[in-house]
Design a protein around this ligand. Structure first.
Ligand code: OSB
Ligand code: MG
Length: 368
């Protein structure tokens, strides 16, 4: 396959409700989409970076810049090319995994569409539908949080994840546990908002039968996660820290994490994501698929990934209407708490280019 051109589209998608985490509040998703044109057909990928470098060092402007100036020239220079070559091809560019992942997704989509293979089949999915959880942002009040959570439980979500930060942790967790009862799974995500001095405080969360606590400390601070894992009974799960299979294996072996949140964007793509999955399966570490408020493009691919055998915990792969009133692909609809894994070639979804034009926040950039 040969990549002939790349078009970068940037769109703004209003969220159905603001999403607040310990690092900020978003009311709309600023999305960079990558469309590749190849000699065998088109493919689409989605960049998961946010508008500001708050979740990670990557952000939309930076991703667009590194794609245009550093990654695209490597792609145009390589022929023939397969998605499996990209990790090596992009190796001269250090980091920038979300930018690399967006291109990898688009190349993979083009390649799989051309061969008539679905993402699910190619990645090794073993399920035709996946059980879904939902990530619930920090609320203006506990009452509003309880109303929102009840709505998700009524909609059929089988696992609730609460965003926490200092000042918004034990009490909301206690009240949500009381609301949903013992049968609905509950977990929390701090997005690095705590420090090692908070270990005793976080230990109070052990009272609420949580499935896991996600990323309480800094991305680089593996040592504090080890200390926490030794001090509390709630399993520690890493998100931001896990940027590669090497880091994943190291964090597991050192006892920093006993569960891993896999996000393809964070680790450089779907193929690295599968490699982390495989390493975790080998070590009996359960994994689940995280989310970055994806549009239907990224969601389709994430749902396929979540159907792999090691994804034994429910992911943040929620239905499209949890995020957007209208999506740029056909929506993913929750049925019995599950989403169907797409079966068509590539991502299996059709991109609505009319909406991409309508919601564009910048002129699209054509690279060749
Ligand atoms: O930490 O998992 C996270 C959203 C944006 C950035 C980071 C995270 C999240 C979520 C939402 O928790 C997951 C989703 O529903 O897509
Ligand atoms: Mg997280």
């Amino acid at each position: 396959m040969k990549v002939e051109s790349i078009t970068l589209h940037r769109i703004g998608m209003p969220l159905v409700r603001p999403f607040e985490t310990s690092f900020g509040r978003e009311t709309a998703r600023d999305v960079l989409l990558v469309q590749v044109r190849t000699d065998t057909g088109d493919g689409w990928g989605e960049c998961v970076a946010g508008s500001t470098p708050s979740y990670s060092s990557e952000y939309v402007d930076g991703c667009a810049h590194v794609i245009e100036n550093h990654l695209a020239p490597l792609l145009f220079g390589a022929s023939p090319l397969s998605a499996t070559d990209l990790e090596r091809l992009f190796a001269p560019v250090v980091g920038h995994r979300m930018a690399k992942a967006a291109l990898e997704a688009a190349v993979l989509d083009a390649e799989l569409r051309a061969s008539g293979t679905s993402f699910a089949r190619y990645l090794g999915a073993v399920r035709s539908e996946v059980d879904c959880g939902v990530s619930v942002g920090i609320s203006p009040s506990i009452n509003e949080l309880l109303t929102e959570v009840q709505g998700y439980v009524d909609a059929g979500y089988r696992r609730i994840k609460l965003k926490i930060k200092p000042g918004w942790d034990c009490e909301p967790v206690r009240q949500v546990r009381e609301l949903i009862g013992a049968d609905v799974a509950l977990q929390v995500d701090a997005n690095t908002a705590y420090s090692r001095d908070d270990i005793a405080h976080l230990g109070q969360l052990d009272a609420y039968d949580l499935l896991l606590i996600e990323q309480p400390f800094d991305e680089e601070d593996i040592a504090s996660h080890i200390a926490l894992a030794r001090a509390i009974t709630t399993p520690v799960c890493l998100d931001e820290s896990i940027v590669s299979v090497g880091v994943a294996v190291d964090a597991i072996e050192r006892g920093a994490t006993s569960i891993i949140n896999i996000k393809p964007g964070r680790v450089g793509g779907y193929l690295p994501a599968v490699a982390i999955h495989d390493a975790c399966v080998e070590r009996h570490i359960p994994v689940w698929c995280g989310g970055m408020l994806e549009t239907g493009i990224g969601r389709a691919m994430n749902v396929a990934l979540a159907a792999l055998p090691g994804f034994t915990l429910l992911g943040d792969t929620s239905a499209s209407n949890r995020y957007y009133a209208e999506d740029i692909t056909e929506p993913f609809v929750l049925s019995n708490g599950r989403l169907a894994v797409p079966t068509g070639p590539g991502s299996g979804v059709t991109v609505r280019v009319d909406l991409i034009r309508q919601w564009a926040t910048e002129q699209s950039r054509h690279l060749s």
